[in-house]
Write a protein that binds this ligand. Structure first.
Ligand code: PEP
Ligand code: MN
Length: 358
């Protein structure tokens, strides 16, 4: 994939980039009041949804193109950049004609390659457009990368990503699970890509915003994309997760900005110790696999099945218990033992198949 043409989105400001505004533009007065109060606390990029993708058809679906004039007033009166969500070719065309500075693609749209391609086609040749791509609803990094690639292929170079959490089903404290490792993997694959965190849709609740925002910065995100409304309790959409501009100011003030990487002897020594541990882990894994292969040969000789779920259950139970006693997360231990077991089974099956052929 060719991500070489992109560079960090410097036009959005320095770390942390803050893009804030209401979930939806509801009226001219709500849009302008929110924007002025955000400008006052130092926010320079204003977000507001005009076309709202809602789960239920009877929910407030946004004011549509009528809100463009309100965003233009925000730009003229405050000097802020304006951002809105686009989901169709028509949305893109309206925004480009009216000077909307930043277009974002929502999570439901990123999930659908046809819709993303339609948006990409409408953006073709618009090398000045700034586009942000939210992660798809489902935790699929390739779908996210694919959407970014479609937009880049259309000639857009000013592109960034927004991690807004993933729908994983079940009851969690989060509205959308912050699968940080997926965003970190995106950063590893595309180091130049600006990645923001949307703590509002991730948490789904006002009180989770400060912690999620700090976690995002701790993990090296470039900034925040956050919902802020002049009167959150009476918001027509996502009321529970919107905060006032003044509450946002408190959150921003409380954020601790950590250094990216600082060469330091203490850190270097500790990192060398981590390298040693990893080498030991590899040696041990290699030893475990070779014992496992011996077991494979034994099972072959004695016509035994490869997988014995009782034995694996017993191993899992014991190891998880031991891990917990050491303060290691049981879910992590389960995932690790399951991965090791899968590889052991694969190697035993290989042994059996190979000796079958000989
Ligand atoms: C939004 O940012 O208003 C929005 C609809 O978000 P998402 O696509 O993440 O649900
Ligand atoms: Mn919203």
């Amino acid at each position: 994939m060719d991500f070489n043409n992109i560079s960090p989105l410097s036009s959005l400001g320095n770390t942390p980039i803050i893009i804030a505004g209401p979930c939806s533009a509801e009226s001219e007065s709500q849009t302008l009041e929110t924007a002025h109060r955000l400008k006052k606390i130092g926010v320079n990029i204003f977000r507001a949804g005009l076309w709202k993708p809602r789960t239920m058809p009877d929910a407030f679906e946004g004011v549509g193109a009528k809100g463009i004039e309100w965003l233009r007033r925000v730009k003229a009166e405050t000097g802020m950049l304006a951002a809105t969500e686009v989901a169709t070719r028509q949305h893109v065309e309206i925004c480009l004609e009216s000077g909307i500075d930043v277009l974002w693609i929502g999570a439901r749209t990123t999930t659908n390659p046809f819709a993303v391609q339609e948006i990409a086609d409408a953006l073709r040749g618009q090398s000045e457009a700034i586009v942000l791509v939210k992660n798809p609803v489902n935790p699929d990094i390739d779908l996210w990368m694919g959407a970014l690639q479609r937009i880049i292929n259309a000639g857009v170079t000013k592109i960034g990503a927004i991690h807004r959490g993933f729908g994983t089903g079940g009851n969690h404290i989060y509205r959308n699970m912050p699968e940080w490792h997926i965003a970190i993997e995106l950063h590893r694959r595309v180091p130049n890509l600006t990645i923001l965190c949307d703590p509002s849709h991730m948490g789904g609740s006002r009180n989770l915003i400060p912690t999620l925002s700090q976690q995002a910065l701790d993990m090296g995100f470039d900034g925040l994309f956050v919902e802020s409304h002049c009167d959150p309790d009476n918001a027509l959409s996502d009321s529970d997760q919107q905060i006032t501009p003044e509450a946002l100011q408190q959150t921003i003030k409380s954020l601790i900005l950590r250094r990216k990487n600082q060469p330091n002897e203490v850190l270097n020594t500790l990192r060398r110790q981590i390298d040693d541990c990893d080498n030991n882990l590899l040696e041990i894994l290699n030893k475990r696999m070779s014992i496992s292969r011996e077991i494979g040969s034994f099972k072959k000789e004695h016509d035994m099945q490869v997988v014995h779920t009782n034995r694996f259950d017993e191993i899992l139970r014991l190891r998880i218990k031991q891990a917990q006693e050491m303060g290691i997360n049981p879910e992590f231990m389960k995932a690790m033992m399951t991965a090791i077991h899968q590889e052991s089974v694969r190697q035993q099956i290989e042994i059996i198949n190979n000796s079958d052929k000989s």
